[in-house]
Ligand binder design. Structure first.
Ligand code: SAM
Length: 219
């Protein structure tokens, strides 16, 4: 039985592949492997997300569930002033993300292995971008939305992509409940890109969701 792409320590035999993509008019190369998400091609949801990110950004940005790294590497490449954190639970994905960052000559990245926000606790972000692991279940993905609120600086954005047929609209409703605002910023190929902004006016409403981090930019 094949392993989930979110297995912590995949054992599947290595089957490396190279993916070449032009994104924001720049050439990128990514090595992928067995037991990581979307090994054969850039996932269409990931592409839609990348193409609609508010780039460049400054400060700290996070690619949560980075896989082999396309989202975080493009953010870092387009945002030389930013420090981009990339987190995944899958050790093989983390190794690929590190290797792909080097291959694409982006140095402003920190790639960490771990569960959700655990490796970046205490950091406040201007942007959190994610193609979340819908297959891991609502409990995981909804918790990410709540924790994202707590890890964004005021004015910071959470941008997520999901398949329309796999709950994108209910994910948008959850983002609205947590952030007090939500906007669909792109739609195509059966996916929706959804954005919520941490605005000070929603702080009271979201207080019950886990509060906030004291100082933006601190670790
Ligand atoms: C849909 S894939 C997206 C991967 C990559 N961002 C892309 O777009 O190609 C979701 C990623 O979340 C990771 N993931 C699943 N559960 C996780 C968790 N609890 N903590 C961190 N990462 C997790 C998976 O290993 C997977 O790489």
């Amino acid at each position: 039985m094949p392993e989930h792409y979110f297995t912590e320590r995949p054992r599947a035999e290595h089957r490396p592949l190279e993916i070449r993509e032009n994104l924001f008019g720049r050439p990128f190369m990514f090595v992928t492997d067995a037991a990581v998400f979307s090994r054969r091609r850039l996932d269409p949801g990931t592409r839609l997300l990348i193409e609609h990110l508010p780039l460049p950004v400054t400060g700290n940005a996070l690619d949560l569930g980075c896989g082999y790294g396309p989202v975080g590497i493009v953010i870092a490449s387009l945002s030389p002033e930013a420090r981009v954190w990339m987190v995944d639970i899958n050790e093989r994905a983390v190794e690929l993300a590190k290797r792909n960052a080097a291959a694409n000559r982006v140095a402003n990245v920190e790639v960490r292995q771990g569960d959700g926000f655990t490796p970046v606790v205490g950091i406040a972000f201007s942007l959190i971008a994610s193609n979340p692991p819908i297959r891991a279940g609502k409990r995981v993905v909804y918790a990410w939305v709540e924790q994202a609120y707590a890890h964004l600086e005021p004015g910071g954005r959470l941008v997520m992509v999901a398949r329309t047929s796999q709950g994108a609209r209910t994910l948008a409703r959850h983002m609205e409940a947590v952030f007090g605002n939500v906007r669909e910023i792109a739609k195509g190929s059966g996916y929706r890109v959804i954005q919520a902004v941490r605005v000070p006016a929603t702080d009271a409403a979201a207080g019950a969701q886990g509060g906030s981090i004291a100082k933006p930019g601190t670790e």
